[in-house]
Design a protein around this ligand. Structure first.
Ligand SMILES: *Cc1c(COP(=O)(O)O)cnc(C)c1O
Length: 349
C-alpha cells in the first residue's frame, strides 16, 4: 500500500491513516463555506463532539496545538497566568505559543510520575492579589499524560482539580489529545471524566485515525469566543466538511477499539520487561504509550532505535535513557511479537 509496508511503525499514533469508511465519507461529504457557517458536515461533527464531551458546544480546529492555543487565548488575556505541569505538552511542545502570541505567563509545577499535579502545589501557586504578580486565571491538566507515559488521570482527580479551580475563581482546561484513551481505559464516558472542566481540546487524528483535526468543547459563550480566536490564528477553514466527515467516523467507529491498542501496549510492555537491559514496569502502562529505559553502558537509546529500524521497527528515543513506543490502529498482536524478536536480536548483538 505504501513505502512503509512491512514496517512496524511505533513512533506515534499520529501515523494512522484514514480507514476505508473514512475515505468514503470524505468523498461523499456535503460541504459549504464553514467560515460563513454553511458547512453541514462540520456542524454535525461539532454537535457530536459537544455531546460526547458533555459540553454545550464544540469547534473543529486543524490540530491539537491550535485547540490548546485557542482555548488558552479564550480563557486568558495578556499578563494572565496559567498553572500547568512542567511536563505538559502545552509547556514543552507548543513553542510557548500562548506566551508568544497571547502574552499568557506559564507557571509550571512538577508532574508526579503518574502525570498528575499535586493539588496542594497547584493551590500554593495561585497568586495573591498584589501588583507585583501576574493574575492567575487558568489551570491546565493533560489526560492521558503524554510525557508521563500515557497515564490516565482519574475521575476523582479531575473533579478535585475542578473544585479547586472553582473555589479560587479559576478556569480548568484539559489537554485531552488522548481523552478517548483515558475514558476507554477507565470505562467512563468522556463527558463524565470532563464534568469539572470548562474546556477541553481532543484529537481526532491520533488513535482515532482521522487524517486531520481536533475539537475544542466548552460552554456556548466560550466556543463563540474560541471561534473568533481560531480565525485570528488562521484556523478558519472553508469546505472543511471533507475532513470533518472523517472526524465523524473517528468519533462513531474508532473510540471503543482503542482497548485493542491498550492490550497491545500491555503485551509489548510485558515482553520488554523480560528483556535484559530494559527497565519498565508494565503496571504503569495504562493506555497506548509505552515508555521504557535502556539500562546499558555499551548501547545508547539511539543505537537501539537504529538497530530496530534496520529490522523494520520504528520508534523514538525521547531523551536520557528513555524511548517511547506507541500502539495504534495499524499495529496487531503479531506485530508486537515481531517487534519483541527484533528487540531480542539488537540487545543480543
Ligand atoms: C499530540 C498532542 C497535542 C498536539 O496535537 P497536534 O495535533 O499534533 O498539534 C497536544 N497535546 C498532547 C498531550 C498531545 O499528545
Amino acid at each position: 500500500m505504501s513505502a512503509s509496508q512491512g514496517i512496524i511503525d511505533l513512533r506515534s499514533d499520529t501515523v494512522t491513516k484514514p480507514t476505508p469508511a473514512m475515505r468514503r465519507a470524505m468523498a461523499e461529504a456535503e460541504v459549504g463555506d464553514d467560515v460563513l457557517g454553511d458547512d453541514p458536515t462540520v456542524k454535525r461533527l461539532e454537535a457530536l463532539a459537544a455531546e460526547m464531551l458533555g459540553k454545550e458546544a464544540a469547534l473543529f480546529v486543524p490540530s491539537g496545538t491550535m485547540g490548546n492555543l485557542v482555548s488558552v487565548l479564550t480563557h486568558c488575556g495578556r499578563g494572565h497566568e496559567m498553572i500547568l505541569g512542567a511536563d505538559a505538552h502545552i509547556f514543552i511542545y507548543e513553542q510557548g505559543g500562548s506566551a508568544a502570541l497571547g502574552g499568557v505567563h506559564p507557571r509550571p509545577v512538577p508532574n508526579q510520575p503518574d502525570g498528575s499535579l499535586d493539588l496542594a502545589q497547584v493551590e500554593a501557586a495561585i497568586r495573591p492579589d498584589n501588583e507585583h504578580f501576574p493574575i492567575t486565571r487558568l489551570v491546565a491538566l493533560e489526560n492521558t499524560h503524554n510525557r508521563c507515559g500515557g497515564r490516565v488521570q482519574s475521575v476523582a482527580y479531575m473533579d478535585a482539580a475542578g473544585e479547586l479551580a472553582r473555589r479560587h475563581g479559576l478556569r480548568l482546561h484539559v489537554d485531552g489529545a488522548r481523552i478517548w484513551n483515558a475514558a476507554v481505559a477507565l470505562g467512563v464516558s468522556p463527558a463524565r471524566l470532563l464534568q469539572a472542566a470548562d474546556s477541553v481540546s481532543a484529537c481526532l487524528s491520533k488513535g482515532l485515525a482521522a487524517p486531520v483535526g481536533s475539537v475544542v468543547a466548552g460552554s456556548a459563550e466560550f466556543i463563540r469566543q474560541a471561534r473568533r480566536n481560531r480565525k485570528v490564528v488562521g484556523g478558519g477553514m472553508r469546505q472543511a466538511g471533507v475532513i470533518a466527515a472523517a472526524g465523524i467516523m473517528a468519533l462513531t467507529e474508532m473510540v471503543e477499539r482503542l482497548a485493542e491498542d491498550h492490550a497491545n501496549a500491555q503485551r509489548l510492555a510485558q515482553g520488554l520487561a523480560e528483556l535484559p537491559g530494559i527497565a519498565i514496569d508494565p503496571a504503569t502502562v495504562e493506555t497506548n504509550l509505552v515508555i521504557f529505559s535502556l539500562e546499558r553502558e555499551d548501547m545508547t537509546p539511539q543505537e537501539l532505535a537504529d538497530g530496530l529500524a534496520e529490522r523494520g521497527v520504528w520508534l523514538f528515543p525521547i531523551g536520557g535513557k528513555r524511548l517511547r513506543a506507541v500502539t495504534h490502529y495499524h499495529i496487531t498482536p503479531e506485530d508486537i511479537d515481531r517487534a519483541l524478536l527484533a528487540f531480542q536480536e539488537v540487545l543480543q548483538a
